[in-house]
Design a protein around this ligand. Structure first.
Ligand SMILES: [Ca+2]
Ligand SMILES: [Ca+2]
Length: 428
């Protein structure tokens, strides 16, 4: 493509309001992760990390293959292809976390693994040694044969299972029970400061459904919720970052003392609990914050048929004011959500990834997982970036159409042309 051949190129520099026009791009949609992609089994855990020399999406669960490639229980996606992580694993992967260990950021996996496949000790906990390309255990093994939940906080690794004080932490002096332990298993955890200092917030089946570890003791989060918590996220709806918890409950907070009716999802601002409209009509398993190009929103996945007043199939989005379904939703339970941007700060747009017992997304077949998001160069909204989109861009560009302001700086100029070429090269 010769830039000099574009008619009217040098002449166009139109001033506009300095805001990205809302109709600059097409609606987000579901994308296949390549022909034949899909694990052929259930996805249990996902995360995005750069621990092997580039950003990758890590997927764990019950499957044996991903996109036709052997990936026993765990594999990764770099935006172009799938591969198995290390030699794979023998049994179900339940949880993953990135934790500083042995001189770097390491991928830790929780589940139930056979003795003999791990050097350094058996048990339900392994980490990936990128130099050796294989799994390692931790000294004296794991306290659990089957690890359900993993969190990292303050340089310590927290592991949880359905037995023996339910939560242990690995510090420099080995394993110990933090505080007085918990009453049941931790499913999910994240670091957040709700105004009381950085703490590890965990959700699970313990009393009050969630708890905060401040390095000394487990603290109540304003009375917690009446039920279980399976998903956590920090989201800013415009009033500042707040903790959102999703799970299976009907009320948050202490009855009569700032408690609220909240159907399976609630917001904690550090002082009080709040419901999100009419909530979710079923169990929430996972929460994630994703920006589809029109600003960050909170996505909730699980096993449900409605969100707020609207029908929503296992996936819904909250914009801070209302619930909306997501492009036809997905068939099958969503167990995990992740956001993956294959080229980091490059032109390709990030995608929301839903994983679980998924059989279809937006009505199209999907095996275990599905990718959702916009295609930056698809200006004609037909799901592919091709020459028609190039012509559409030129038309908009030449007429000074605000929709040609792809970099959102209020000008239609050569920088937008370069932006389009980058989006075009990135494809969908
Ligand atoms: Ca197109
Ligand atoms: Ca511009």
């Amino acid at each position: 493509m010769r830039i000099a051949s574009i008619p009217g190129l040098a002449a166009v520099a139109v001033l506009m309001a300095p805001a990205r026009p809302a109709d600059a791009q097409c609606e987000s949609r579901w994308w296949s992760a390549g022909p034949g992609a899909g694990p052929g089994g259930e996805v249990r855990a996902m995360l995005t990390a750069d621990v092997e020399g580039g950003p990758r999406l890590y997927i764990g669960g019950e499957f044996q293959t991903l996109g036709g490639v052997q990936a026993r229980r765990i594999g990764s996606w770099d935006g172009a292809g799938w591969r198995q992580v290390g030699p794979g694993l023998s049994q179900i992967v339940e949880s993953m976390v990135i934790h500083p260990y042995a001189g770097g950021e390491r991928l830790f996996i929780g589940g139930f693994f056979d003795e003999g496949e791990v050097s350094g000790g058996p048990g339900g906990l392994v980490w990936l040694d990128p130099q050796a390309g294989g799994w390692r255990g931790v000294p004296r093994g794991s306290p659990f044969f089957w690890t359900m939940g993993l969190c990292s906080f303050g340089g310590e690794l927290f592991a949880s299972a359905g037995v023996m004080d339910y939560v242990w932490r690995l510090g420099e002096s080995g394993w110990s029970v933090p505080g007085e332990g918990l009453e049941s298993v931790v499913h999910r955890g994240l670091t957040h400061d709700d105004g009381t200092g950085p703490s590890l917030f965990v959700g699970g089946s313990m009393l009050e459904g969630c708890r905060r570890w401040d390095g000394v003791a487990w603290r109540s989060i304003g009375g917690g919720v009446q039920g279980a918590v399976y998903g956590l996220a920090v989201f800013d709806d415009g009033r500042g970052p707040a903790l959102y918890v999703g799970g299976q409950f009907i009320r948050a907070g202490v009855f009569g003392a700032g408690g609220v009716q909240a159907a399976n999802i609630a917001r904690w601002d550090g002082t009080r609990w709040e419901s999100l409209g009419a909530g979710i009509g079923g169990t929430v398993n996972a929460l994630a914050v994703f920006d589809d190009g029109a600003g960050p929103k909170l996505y909730a996945g699980g096993r449900f048929t409605s969100a707020g007043a609207a029908p929503a199939k296992n996936l819904a989005v909250w914009d801070g004011h209302a619930w909306m379904p997501v492009a036809g939703g997905v068939d099958g339970e969503v167990r995990a959500l992740a956001v993956f941007d294959a080229d980091g700060p490059g032109p390709a747009r990030a995608r929301l990834v839903a994983g679980g017992a998924i059989t279809a997304a937006g009505g199209e077949p999907a095996a275990g997982l599905a990718f959702y998001g916009p295609c930056g160069a698809d200006l004609t909204c037909d799901g592919i970036a091709d020459f028609a989109d190039y012509l559409e861009f030129l038309n908009r560009y030449d007429s000074g159409d605000a929709r040609a302001d792809l970099n959102g700086d209020g000008l239609v100029d050569f920088a937008d042309y370069l932006e389009f070429l980058n989006l075009y090269a990135a494809g969908c």
